[in-house]
Design a protein around this ligand. Structure first.
Ligand SMILES: [Zn+2]
Length: 197
């Protein structure tokens, strides 16, 4: 099967910087503007409908630190849910990445269409953000703002993947490589049992 692209997270960052016309890259500006907009909206709604929790601030801080860990786990679980939905088998791991520190990932063997892989990449950002925003309207805002922001920042690699994936047709095949992906043209059909198009 002809491989036509191989991207690590470093390549994705490089690709993004090289093809961005202004510095700081305008996508970064748009991303943080959107993120702060939503976070401020959540804060506004929360302040209107929910009194600040009447528990010691120390406990709140400990909970928020726990929430960061929970957010990482739930983020990877949503990748896994979509890997399973597209017929794959998820595997979890972590590794130390230069310049990034410890990175937790969900990965999988097999091949996925670009279309399927986009859903797998986007799922945690879209679904967890929606859960946090909806939860805010049900009075959980004080507990969900930090996970919301942290999940969105943690989805940086996913967003970079989605950005670079735009250049490939939806039926090309993707192989996950833990810290990135490889792209194949869909010409040979061996070992494509996981692929859904
Ligand atoms: Zn992710």
């Amino acid at each position: 099967m002809p491989e036509i692209g191989s991207w690590t997270i470093y390549d994705l960052v490089d690709d993004w910087i090289r093809h961005s016309s202004i510095r700081p890259p305008r996508q970064l500006f748009v991303f943080f503007a959107l993120l702060s907009g939503f976070a401020l909206l959540m804060l506004g709604v929360t302040m209107q409908i929910t009194p600040f929790p009447a528990i010691p601030i120390g406990i709140i801080i400990i909970f928020q630190l726990l929430a960061l860990i929970i957010t990482v786990v739930v983020h990877e679980i949503w990748h896994a849910v979509f890997i399973i939905a597209y017929g794959g088998r998820p595997k979890f791991g972590w590794k130390w990445m230069k310049g990034l520190g410890p990175v937790v990932y969900a990965t999988t063997d097999g091949y996925y269409s670009v279309h399927a892989y986009r859903h797998i990449a986007a799922a945690p950002l879209v679904i967890i953000s929606m859960i946090c925003i909806i939860g805010t309207f049900f009075g959980l805002g004080w507990w969900l703002i930090v996970p919301f922001v942290f999940n969105a920042i943690g989805a940086g690699g996913d967003l970079l993947s989605l950005r670079t994936l735009q250049r490939y047709p939806a039926d090309y095949l993707i192989e996950d490589t833990q810290d990135g992906f490889k792209v194949y043209t869909k010409t040979v059909n061996h070992k494509t049992d996981n692929e859904v198009s």
